[in-house]
Design a protein around this ligand. Structure first.
Ligand code: UFG
Length: 329
């Protein structure tokens, strides 16, 4: 059995990927400090509670078992917060990743799957965005992802690290079996915020930015179902374990939806009215992000199964109705 180490395996995308990895026959070691991860999202695998800022605890965990590859999901992810508190983002995201890479190399592990982001591109010069697009992050969060991508390339050249950096567009939706879903605290993402408002868990739903240069003035994003993202990780891991080539790969759908379109779709699918308050755009938000998915399909053989906006909203709605009855806001 191939044993893999999943940093941040108790988080939103991490937990969906752990579920798929176990289904595909991998033995999974989850490493999480539960700062944003949740115990209820750990359904299987062996759990080590540890912090990536503590190099010793990573070393110990990596040396405790024979591990073939590391998947790294653990990072701070709020674009707006990164703008207001860049120190927190540069310190945490970069140092924790450096610690993990150092401990991996010491343990002789050379396969690495990295959770990167569409935020590395900045304001698109070309739509859909290919992986060859220029890299000009528009916010500190995106900068941290880009710095790490540069570090990975240098570590490949110097130390023989092999990696696949997966550039996620907007992860959304929930496990179609209803076992897992999105539970950020605080929640900042669009779809869960609309649903939490409908469930009475948020006092108001605020629409950030109505003067973007888009047809309806609201920002357009490429929403990708978390189960399709999880599948891409398994395919990337299998590809890395069987070939030697490092890659940067977009994970998106090539289809975009504006914030107003998402609101309308939620209204249609839930039968409830979404009252919203119009607010200034958030710092660091770009007008449009839309992925070219050609490389993921070609290199990984990836096929989208759940990423239509209807399935995304329906699976998220089922999850939020089930879990948020008792959860604190
Ligand atoms: N939005 C609202 N109200 C909300 C939440 C969001 O109007 O309550 C708007 C945002 O301003 C933005 C759009 O909905 O225009 C999408 O916002 P999200 O917060 O859901 O997602 P982002 O595009 O800001 O960021 C997400 C991830 C990042 C990743 C990026 C890549 O959080 O980690 O997608 O596309 F980098």
């Amino acid at each position: 059995m191939t044993r893999v180490f999943v940093a941040g395996g108790a988080g939103y995308i991490g937990s969906h990927t752990v579920k798929k990895l176990i289904k595909e026959g991998f033995e999974v070691l989850i490493f999480d400090n539960f700062s944003t991860g949740r115990k209820e999202l750990v359904l299987g695998g062996k759990l080590i509670i540890g912090d990536l800022m503590d190099k010793e605890s990573i070393r110990k965990a990596l040396k405790s078992e024979k591990i073939e590859a590391v998947l790294h999901f653990a990072s701070l992810i709020q674009v707006g917060e990164s703008y207001c508190d860049p120190k927190k983002y540069y310190t945490h995201n970069i140092i924790s990743c450096l610690n993990l890479l150092e401990a991996m190399l010491e343990a002789g592990i050379s396969n690495f799957i990295f959770s990167s982001s569409a935020a590395v591109y900045g304001i698109p010069q070309q739509i859909p965005i290919p992986e060859s697009h220029s890299l000009n992050p528009f916010n500190p969060y995106g900068q941290t992802k880009l710095f790490i991508e540069k570090i990975l390339q240098d570590y490949e050249n110097a130390y023989g690290l092999r990696f696949i950096s997966l550039r996620y567009f907007n992860a959304a939706g929930a496990d179609p079996d209803g076992q897992l879903g999105e539970m950020h605290e605080p929640e900042t993402h669009l779809i869960p915020n609309i649903l939490l408002f409908l469930l009475g868990k948020k006092k108001a739903f605020e629409l950030f930015g109505t003067d973007f240069p888009t047809p309806d003035g609201t920002a357009i994003r490429d929403y990708i179902h978390v189960t399709d993202l999880a599948e891409a990780h398994v395919l990337a891991l299998q590809s890395l374990l069987h070939s030697s080539k490092s890659e940067f790969i977009n994970l998106g759908t090539n289809k975009g939806h504006s914030v107003l379109e998402v609101i309308k779709k939620v209204e249609e699918l839930t039968g409830r009215k979404v009252d919203y308050k119009e607010k200034e755009k958030r710092k660091g938000d770009v007008p449009i992000l839309l992925a070219s998915k050609e490389k993921a399909e070609r290199v990984l053989g990836w096929k989208l199964l759940y990423s239509d906006i209807k399935t995304i909203i329906e699976t998220a709605w089922t999850w939020h109705k089930k879990t948020r009855k008792t959860a604190k806001n």
